[in-house]
Write a protein that binds this ligand. Structure first.
Ligand code: SAM
Ligand code: SF4
Length: 348
């Protein structure tokens, strides 16, 4: 038994559970090797497209996955072929056991990379812990470079903190640094080139992401949606030399400007034109498995573990759920009613 930061856990050492297992596949021939795991729902910002000002009905801590349960799920999914992990939330840097979780994943055979998505507020404080825990990459979310607009969109001050974090991240040994920018009409459509210019001297990827309807419909219905095709066209209108290059599976339009060091990508998160290339498994902070970001059906892995289901049974739940994945996010969305108030209940 090992003790980490007052959390006593009894999960087996990495590798002990390993048995041969087939890859996770669905009825459309896709395979899944990328786990996106939310660590919490709470956050120190209140982005207008994500959470209401007063927050949401946050689940109590005992409803969230414990560190032992997280280790267990990391073990099971890695045995099933998961090689890449993203830790998200809520704000993952608010979770005290984030670093032991990264260290554990990093020590597992078969895990190639561990990435963290963060709003960057606390990042500069923890950058050395992240480096030492072995994180492979950071996605920092930042929608504007203007302090007044930052306060409007996040309902908090903090642009300087995030920019300082970005600076420290770029100076660190962490390999991959990406900036997530949710594109919004009449909010940051005039800042596209300011973000693109960040890639001139810095080897980072700036990713413009489409707004999605996961916010109790506060912003969604106000005409802020800015489609990937329009974002791309507006960038092309302002830059002459765009060289297409390779990106990750869901970075549809990815290119480099002239001889800039970094890359720019546009992500059709709402248009869902890349579902055919999906390789993602999602687990929410309270341990629900989702086979699609837009899925309304959740499978409760937390209770399966808490009621003593065997590893084989839990793996079967994962295989079965992923098998039934719909062709795309449009089909998934049409099955049931979405009652979630925030992206944090899905895991961004
Ligand atoms: N708090 C962390 C952060 O903001 O990076 C991690 C969780 S957050 C839910 C993950 C990502 O989801 C962020 O990049 C955020 O901008 C994005 N996001 C949240 N709500 C969204 C929405 N309605 N549409 C598009 N992206 C959204
Ligand atoms: Fe917090 Fe991230 Fe949601 Fe913004 S997008 S409120 S930072 S969880």
């Amino acid at each position: 038994m090992r003790v980490i930061e007052n959390n006593t856990y009894t999960a087996p050492s990495p590798g002990v559970l390993k048995t041969s297992a087939s890859p996770i596949e669905d009825q459309h021939g896709r395979t899944f090797n990328y786990l996106r795991l939310a660590l919490n729902e709470k956050c120190n910002l209140r982005c207008m497209y994500c959470m209401p000002e007063e927050g949401i009905n946050f689940r109590s801590e005992d409803k969230l996955l414990s560190i032992d349960e997280i280790f267990h799920l990391l073990e099971l999914t890695s045995e099933m072929g998961v090689t890449k992990i993203r830790l998200t939330g809520g704000e993952p840097l608010l979770r005290k056991d984030l670093f032991p979780i990264i260290q554990y994943a990093n020590s597992m055979d078969g895990i190639d990379s561990i990435h963290v998505t963060t709003n960057g507020l606390l990042l500069s404080k923890y950058i050395h812990d992240l480096e030492e825990s072995g994180v492979s990459g950071l996605n920092i979310s930042l929608d504007t470079l203007n302090p007044k607009k930052f306060k409007i969109i996040t309902r908090r001050d903090g642009l300087d903190l995030v920019l300082n974090s970005l600076h420290k991240a770029m100076q660190s040994t962490i390999q991959s640094i990406k900036l997530n920018v949710v594109g919004m009409r009449d909010f940051n459509d005039d800042e596209l080139m300011d973000f693109v210019r960040l890639t001139k001297e810095n080897d980072i990827t700036v990713r413009f992401v489409e707004l999605m309807p996961f916010d109790s419909h506060q912003i969604w219905k106000t005409g802020k949606f800015y489609g990937a095709d329009h974002i791309l066209a507006d960038i092309k209108n302002q830059v002459s030399e765009l060289k297409p290059i390779d990106g990750s599976r869901t970075e549809h339009h990815i290119f480099r400007v002239d001889d800039y060091k970094g890359k720019v990508a546009v992500i059709p998160a709402y248009s869902r034109s890349l579902c055919g290339a999906c390789n993602r498994i999602r687990i929410t902070a309270d341990g629900k498995l989702l086979n699609c970001l837009y899925s309304q059906n959740e499978i409760n892995l937390r209770d399966a573990m808490r009621t003593g289901k065997t590893d084989m049974m839990i793996k079967d739940m994962i295989y079965g759920t992923m098998k039934k994945k719909f062709k795309d996010g449009w089909e998934a969305q049409n099955q049931g009613n979405d009652n979630r108030e925030s992206m944090t209940q899905i895991g961004g």
